[in-house]
Design a protein. Structure first.
Length: 100
């Protein structure tokens, strides 16, 4: 699902691929998949959001499943591989394509 008001216009194929993979991981964890930022929003100078190489997902916290965000982060990283950076931020997951 894409949060209302979020723009995915201009997302590069690499991030579209990543979102498809992340959606599958969310399904495995029975967690909601919500894109909260694409090429829109306010981000730091030089953010890859502005060039379509980053997206944010809603962070999933569940008191009945302690450590869920960290487990999902690990699964996200494994699903995407080394060319992607995935970070757990205060209220969301951040994913960007940034080959080493």
């Amino acid at each position: 699902m894409i949060k209302p008001g979020v723009s995915i216009a201009g997302l590069r194929p690499e991030i579209v691929f990543a979102l498809a993979e992340l959606r599958e991981v969310c399904r495995e964890f029975k967690a909601p998949f919500v894109v909260t930022s694409g090429t829109d929003g306010k981000h730091g100078t030089g953010s890859l959001h502005y060039v379509g190489l980053a997206a944010d997902l809603r962070r999933t916290d569940d008191p009945l499943r302690p450590g869920l965000p960290e487990k999902m982060l690990s699964a996200f990283k494994q699903a995407l591989g080394a060319e992607f950076d995935v970070e757990l931020e205060k209220d969301h997951f951040h994913c960007e394509f940034q080959p080493k």
